[in-house]
Design a protein around this ligand. Structure first.
Ligand code: PA5
Length: 454
């Protein structure tokens, strides 16, 4: 399947639109093409060698079946709540999927309107006030907890699990733990995880995240797919979306490969035009958490002190999440008149699934006449165009990404494209995209301060 649900327009990030100092020139794109082709060859080879597993997660039909069967079995138990215990790459993908694919205010809907699916709480922090409150809102008897930790020793997640298991044992007894907890972690026998002995002790269902899939690249593994399936999202359509984008990204030709084109544009913008920040600004609430997910994958993958050949490079572009039209009244002043150090992605949906008409109300206020009888959809489109044009006037480079609709198929294409884009950008920066030594160090120090080992 190679249907195209995502359009990329780089014209407003080119020198012909925003000037040579801020926009990429045709020559610069031409000059980078051989490096992209070389990087493509390396990525293809390393993918074949199974160095990175994220590319092929969507092909694992056995895992998909297990995810769907297990989700169906837990769906039959009619839990009111699904609570994801996880942080970083173990949480952000699920949040992005659900914000995009479930209706707004999903947790406030009735069970019937939720089509029998549970409410979702993604606990990606250890704020004691928030966690206590969640435990009150989600009593153990009505709740399924999915503990997700690839390493299986992240202090934040393990402390959450300890509180959840303690509550289940106290209220329902130790035998009930397996009915209320599903674990997702490293594969058994390949790498140790504290979740293995815990799963063995209680007889928990335990999903594996392949060793060659990093946390921030794991959304299409059981990390994101099990919660998605429990919530009734169409995981087959998500995988079909990955397949479509994989096919589209199989060429090294910049004009045809949206991920490589965006990677090259961002790399050139950073290294040649001083655009040290990358803003992602969706013009739909549905995609607001995609910007948050992107913030992690771009930051953790590219923010590296040393290059692959051991040079100190301090690479990386600071990702910023933003939201249209909301942040027009918060950030656009800076983006237009502050330092010209950002490349901005405007992320839009071609057609909202629904239209909201602005009624002929407040007729006595003459100056609101321009809104009467219009639609909010049209107002949003006008705000987007207004912002794009204003940014152009200020010579700020913008890439426009348009989704035909927000559904499983398109969303998976978007996330998959951003994963491939990150892999290519890492190559261009010549850094190890897939490690995170800066994160590991902080984890170790925190554990030591708590009196832990290692
Ligand atoms: O992308 C990553 O590898 C990290 O952000 C991890 O997802 C995060 O640190 C959580 O780690 P773990 O899943 O091992 O608990």
């Amino acid at each position: 399947m190679t249907d195209i649900n995502i359009q990329i327009d780089i014209s407003r990030a080119k020198a012909s639109s925003v000037g040579q100092a801020h926009g990429v020139t045709p020559q610069e794109l031409k000059d980078i093409a051989p490096r992209v082709a070389e990087a493509h060859t390396a990525l293809v080879q390393e993918r074949a060698e199974k160095k990175y597993g994220f590319y092929d997660l969507y092909k694992d039909t056995a895992v998909l079946k297990d995810v769907k069967d297990t989700a169906a079995a837990f769906r039959d138990k009619n839990y009111e709540n699904l609570v994801v215990l996880g942080i970083g790459g173990s949480a952000l993908g699920t949040t992005a999927l659900v914000t995009a694919l479930k209706p707004p205010y999903y947790n406030l809907l009735t069970r019937k309107t939720r089509r029998g699916a549970p409410r979702l709480f993604v606990m990606d922090n250890i704020d004691p006030i928030t966690f206590r409150q969640m435990m009150k809102i989600c009593p153990p008897q009505k709740t399924l907890f999915n503990v997700i930790s690839k390493s299986g020793d992240t202090a934040e997640t393990m402390s959450q699990l300890m509180i959840a298991v303690d509550a289940i044992e106290k209220h329902l007894g130790p035998d009930a733990v397996k009915e209320h907890v599903v674990a997702t972690t490293n594969p058994r026998g390949e790498k140790a995880s504290l979740l293995h002995p815990i799963a063995d002790h209680y007889g928990l269902k335990c999903f594996a995240v392949p060793l060659n899939v990093g946390g921030r690249f794991s959304v299409f593994s059981p990390v994101g797919m099990f919660p998605a399936a429990v919530l009734g999202l169409d995981v087959d359509a998500l995988f079909a979306g990955c397949a479509s984008m994989d096919a589209r990204c199989s060429t090294a030709t910049l004009e045809e490969n949206p991920a490589y084109l965006r990677a090259a544009m961002h790399y050139l913008a950073d290294t040649r035009k001083g655009k040290v920040m990358s803003v992602m600004m969706p013009y739909t609430d549905a995609l607001r958490d995609v910007a948050d997910w992107y913030r992690q994958i771009w930051a953790e993958s590219l923010g590296k002190r040393v290059s692959l050949d051991g040079q100190e490079v301090f690479a990386g572009q600071t990702p910023i999440k933003s939201l249209g039209a909301t942040d027009q009244h918060s950030q656009i002043q800076l983006y237009r008149e502050g330092p010209n150090d950002k490349i901005i992605t405007i992320l839009e949906v071609k057609r909202f699934a629904k239209t909201l008409r602005i009624p002929e109300a407040l007729g006595f206020v003459e100056s609101l006449g321009y809104l009467r009888g219009q639609t909010m959809n049209k107002l949003m489109a006008a705000e987007l165009k207004g912002t794009m044009d204003a940014l152009k006037l200020s010579e700020r480079p913008v890439i426009r990404v348009t989704l035909s609709s927000v559904d499983e198929h398109s969303l998976a294409q978007l996330l998959y494209m951003l994963e491939v884009e990150t892999a290519m950008a890492g190559r261009l920066y010549n850094v190890d995209t897939f490690n995170q030594p800066g994160v590991e160090e902080g984890k170790k120090i925190a554990r030591a301060l708590m009196g832990g080992q290692g």
